[in-house]
Design a protein around this ligand. Sequence first.
Ligand SMILES: NC(=O)c1ccc[n+]([C@@H]2O[C@H](COP(=O)([O-])OP(=O)(O)OC[C@H]3O[C@@H](n4cnc5c(N)ncnc54)[C@H](OP(=O)(O)O)[C@@H]3O)[C@@H](O)[C@H]2O)c1
Length: 247
Amino acid sequence: MKRVILVGATDGLGKALAEVYAERGFWVTILGRSREKLEALVADLRGRFPVATVNGVVCDVADAARLEPAFHEAIAVTGHCDLFLYNAGVMHGGDGVTSVPALDAETMEVNAVAAVRLLGLAANWFRVAGRGQIGGISSIAGDRGRSGNPAYNASKAALSTFLEGLRNRLAPFGVTVSTVKPGFVGTRMTAGKPGLFWVAPAAEAARIIADRLEKRHEVFYVYRRWALLGLAMRHAPRFLFKRLGPP
Ligand SMILES: NC(=O)c1ccc[n+]([C@@H]2O[C@H](COP(=O)([O-])OP(=O)(O)OC[C@H]3O[C@@H](n4cnc5c(N)ncnc54)[C@H](OP(=O)(O)O)[C@@H]3O)[C@@H](O)[C@H]2O)c1
């Protein structure tokens, strides 16, 4: 039985990923900050997918002191791990022109700093194991800084670059590191936001992500057309980005 640890997976894309892996008969261990949501999800998945083994570990990734114990607890629950996937993320809205330092700091903490702490622990663990896979749900938003949400952009840039470094570090040890840049996914994070396009339903996005991870793709988007847009965005001149608003 393959074993996956999903971080921050009690809602949205992470929850959809937990469902996909449970449906596929994995041993699924979910880290989530809300005990109530975690227990409800674990019970639901156990009920619907008896072929899977499902566990939950309470972990608010914004609580730095909790990360290492939660990591070891999750590993101890499964005894082994084939895929460690960091999905937790926040994106705070705003008026697009005012920085709110406390919210920006939380964005960096959840999307980047906690990711670095947990993925670093996973990297050391997989290096010793000599096999396995690490993944992170990053974003095309990390490719450039936009006026709408600079902290979110910066947090995903940090995550993508950290994952790239881990990929290069762990390649000689037989460990795959995958960076997922989903494109827009229909979740709480995008609900009601104007100007979105190519929005993938969460269940479909989760299926595609799980398939590509299975094939050990290293950097990928949910819909392949995002790769072209991503390329154009990465090379677009700076003056254009001064005129672009959200998303
Ligand atoms: N939706 C998109 O279009 C899109 C596009 C590109 C990348 N992404 C990325 O995809 C990932 C999932 O996003 P989503 O769209 O599914 O958003 P979502 O529905 O808001 O889900 C975010 C998940 O992260 C968890 N989380 C947030 N803060 C946490 C904390 N301090 N500790 C533990 N868990 C925490 C949430 O837990 P709770 O259930 O407790 O709230 C929830 O399970 C994020 O990393 C996001 O940046 C999303």
